[in-house]
Write a protein that binds this ligand. Sequence first.
Ligand code: ADP
Ligand code: 5GP
Length: 203
Amino acid sequence: MRGSILVISGPSGSGKSTLMHEMIKRVENTYFSISTTTREKRDGEVDGKDYFFISKDEFKKGIEEGSFLEWARVHDNYYGTSLKPILKELNTKKMVVFDIDVQGHKIAKEKFGNIITSVFLTTPSQTVLKNRLIQRGTDTTESIQKRLNNAISEMTRIKEYDYILINDYFEKTLEDLISIAHASKNRVASLNTEEFISSWANV
Ligand code: ADP
Ligand code: 5GP
């Protein structure tokens, strides 16, 4: 196997990070791609675990140096996926999980299309999304409004994804995400078929 990529996108507050962290505990050989961002750290977030938090100047230097597999401007901040650690993990045949926005998904698909499985996660309604953002208690009213506005334009791109998950009941969504993750690991594109057939024929 060559490794695979599982992309999860969806409006901020739809539950991506909570679900992904639970999924990763339950699916073997998985690596969470830690993105780099210029946004402010939220209470409870840890630098190097949730994100690498850097300044806009440092981020722009990273862009110039070609350090990012993809990067995008989201809600007035920069977010990007570093290339080097991803290639290392794919070489060790891991499933790499990306929590990236719709713009990042498009670029990742252009570069790694055949090994990517993608999931669009959302809530049953915009009102539920708003309530979850309020309950999370990490964003200002202005930032919540920005996230709700952006959610609408992100939702128009659902058709670019392989799967849609509506995160109503957490345990049910988690179970579905785990099933998709297992399927993602078994993509034919992740298999070195010649090597497999040759060893299969020689046993
Ligand atoms: P994202 O990473 O997409 O921005 P989070 O994982 O931070 O979203 O989730 C937003 C909030 O919604 C968190 O407070 C989380 O605990 C909560 N949450 C996630 N899934 C559910 C669910 N199915 N039902 C109720 N609350 C949820
Ligand atoms: P948040 O600020 O809520 O953590 O994330 C805001 C948005 O940025 C989410 O849609 C999330 O998926 C996206 N995002 C996080 N990391 C990356 C990344 O590395 N690249 C891209 N393109 N988007 C990202």
